[in-house]
Design a binder for this molecule. Structure first.
Ligand code: PLP
Length: 285
């Protein structure tokens, strides 16, 4: 039985109920996070909570919770759901209003919902057992505030479906200038001649915590060159390696892009090194 957290209490998932007048339900008016935990060890708890607070500040949701309060909810969910490999989903909506009116209401308490779900075991830097990914591509038709981790995910859902319907694990998104933004639920990278390139942080992409941790680990290690810069469709098509990253996928090697092999169609050596460094350093965040 799955135990969830709603507002002030832990309860079985079946007992968690919110009003249909909740603005999260009516407008997708909320912020969310997913934090990975492997055998009760969290990855990136602090940066995840900071990003959620930044998101709430950007959309004017006032919830006065510090890291300790979130840690208590997160750790209790892990304990009550048996540990293992879990994603902890945190969701704060603006709350329940008595009417449907677009403007932010006064004096409405945010709705806080959190639950745990099973995620795959942590990646192992081993080409023989790593899961490989196939991706296709489409024009990025989401909004111009992709840096906000909004619960209004229909744009992302439609892009993910575009990949799923073609038997792909993800869809790479390109802006109107044919420049890579990210994937529907991941950040994206290419490798060419040993150099890693990934689009810079701006309003076109989510500032992924896996991206943050990976780039910090790579910078500290210093053996792999990383460029945060515009990446074109042409570069993606001719890349030696493509990766996507997210909290539940870590560094995921992509071996097929739009039906064609990436490089030699096999997992690359730069991925091997990057995932090994990520595996060794991720619990420091
Ligand atoms: N980009 C998008 C659009 C996402 O939805 C996600 C994760 O959900 C990411 C990137 C990766 O972010 P993180 O590494 O924080 O999981």
């Amino acid at each position: 039985m799955s135990i969830v957290f709603l507002n002030d209490a832990f309860m079985p998932m079946e007992e968690a109920k919110i009003s249909p007048m909740d603005r999260g339900f009516l407008f997708g008016d909320g912020i969310y996070e997913v934090i990975p935990s492997y055998d009760t060890k969290l990855v990136g708890f602090g940066p995840h909570i900071d990003r959620m607070q930044e998101g709430m500040d950007l959309i004017g949701i006032k919830l006065d919770w510090d890291h300790a309060k979130w840690a208590q909810v997160v750790n209790t969910l892990i304990e009550k759901n048996g540990g293992g490999n879990l994603g902890i989903y945190l969701h704060v909506s603006r709350g329940t209003d008595s009417k449907r009116f677009h403007a932010y209401p006064d004096n409405v308490a945010p709705t806080v919902y959190a639950f745990a779900f099973e995620i795959p075991p942590a990646n192992v830097a081993d080409k023989a057992i790593a899961k490989t990914y196939k991706v296709n591509s489409t024009e990025d038709l989401r909004w111009k505030r992709c840096h906000i981790k909004s619960t209004a995910l229909l744009g992302n859902v439609m892009h993910f479906q575009h990949g799923f319907a073609e038997g792909c694990n993800e869809t790479l998104l390109f802006n109107a200038n044919n420049e890579l933004t990210e994937a529907s639920a991941c950040n994206a990278y290419i490798v060419k001649d040993g150099v890693i390139a990934t689009p810079p942080l701006d309003n076109q992409i989510l500032p992924g915590i896996t991206r943050l941790i990976l780039l910090d680990i790579l910078a500290k290690d210093g053996s792999l060159k990383v460029e945060e810069r515009v990446v074109t469709m042409d570069e993606v098509e001719n890349a030696d390696e493509i990766w996507v990253t997210s909290s539940s996928k870590e560094v995921a090697p992509v071996v097929e892009f739009n039906g064609k092999p990436v490089g030699d169609g096999k997992i690359g050596d730069v991925w091997l090194k990057a995932q090994a460094l990520y595996s060794a350093g991720k619990y420091n965040y």
